[in-house]
Design a protein around this ligand. Structure first.
Ligand code: FMN
Length: 329
């Protein structure tokens, strides 16, 4: 649970295994979440493709989507055997596709079903089961439903929750809009920590810098989960986290991070993988720093070309060095 002081949010299409290795290069300690995988996919799908990860990714949590206790239990057992450190249930995703299977944020309306799900998951395997939820959905009153939800689901044995500090609207908003509207309610999330001091509660939503992470921890939260900013401006959030939050480790520069990724990229290419599969997650590495433009341009133009490899990657790094020199003149 100590690692959960800072976590990188589950993000579909973004936090795949390559992205997580990249994030791990910046922080040895932050807890990393997978993209959501549905329980039926884990049970019936191509498991190596869906579940494989590299040893360096630990601590790593698999996020499951589903609302059938038996399926979730089976998926949890499989995921535990695959080596995941934590299994997280998605009670926050508002997308249509997910609603049709009756899971994600709509489960905020059925806390007793969530309790049955997590009970079955915990009974299935000796691995920590956690929940990521919203503060409410649609016309629910968060101040009533959120404490009720936490009470019922924690009574089923879950002790660690991540609270996305905004309601989900299940109709009429796209998933993207649902991450901007309605407004964030940090005071309510902080109040939940006071009301449930024995639970490990992380705050999620709208956090963009390490300083903000530290402020929420200082205000009593046990953890902070960062989503979009960790992806788009990773250095802003993850570099420096080990020293600031855990008092150990080192703070790499963006250039050091780029260099440190090379052996992993070389292995991936040697195994027949494509450069772009890794570097598409790294375009924001120099965000707001000298070198950002050249890095992004060389990699986004070149990395999808057939045969693109470490030579192109080194060209991108050379652009960075050139821009840094231009800046320091
Ligand atoms: N939340 C989930 O619980 N599971 C997901 O699979 C998931 N996919 C996402 C994909 C993208 C591209 C984005 C931007 C968000 C996704 N989310 C998902 C929501 C994030 O986990 C997070 O709760 C949300 O972005 C708010 O945090 P932020 O303001 O730090 O980005």
């Amino acid at each position: 649970a100590l690692q959960a002081r800072l976590s990188v949010a589950p993000m579909l299409d973004w936090t795949d295994r390559h992205c997580r290795v990249f994030h791990r290069t910046m922080s040895r300690n932050a807890l990393l979440y997978t993209e959501m995988v549905t329980a039926p996919a884990v049970i019936h799908g191509k498991r190596p493709q869906l579940l494989d990860f590299s040893a360096v990714e630990h601590p790593v949590a698999l996020q499951l989507g589903g609302s059938d206790p038996t399926e979730l239990a089976e998926a949890t057992r499989i995921a535990r055997d695959w080596g995941y450190d934590e299994i997280n249930l998605n009670v926050g995703c508002p997308s249509d596709r997910v609603q049709s299977g009756a899971f994600g944020a709509v489960l905020m309306k059925t806390p007793d079903l969530v309790a049955r799900c997590v009970e079955a998951m915990q009974a299935a395997a000796a691995v920590e089961v956690t929940v990521k939820c919203r503060i409410g959905v649609d016309d629910q009153n968060p101040e009533e439903v959120l404490p009720d939800f936490l009470r019922r689901v924690s009574a089923a044995g879950v002790t660690r929750f991540t609270l996305h500090a905004r309601k989900a609207w299940l109709q009429g908003l796209s998933p993207k809009e649902n991450r901007e509207i309605p407004p964030l309610d940090y005071p309510l999330v902080h109040a939940m920590k006071r009301e449930f001091p024995h639970l490990h509660l992380s705050l999620n939503g709208g956090v963009t810098t390490l300083a903000q992470v530290e402020a929420h921890l200082a205000a009593g939260m046990d953890g902070v989960m960062v989503g979009r900013a960790a992806y788009q401006e990773p250095m802003q959030v993850l570099a420096g986290a080990d020293v600031a939050l855990w008092g150990r480790g080192e703070t790499l520069s963006a250039v050091d991070v780029a260099e440190a990724m090379k052996p992993y990229i070389a292995d991936h290419l040697a195994g027949g993988g494509r450069l772009h599969q890794i570097t598409r997650h790294m375009l924001g590495l120099f965000h707001g720093r000298p070198g950002a433009r050249g890095w992004r341009r060389v990699l986004s133009e070149g990395a999808t070309r057939p045969g693109a490899g470490l030579k192109l990657y080194d060209q991108a790094l050379a652009e960075v060095t050139r821009e840094i020199q231009d800046w320091s003149i």
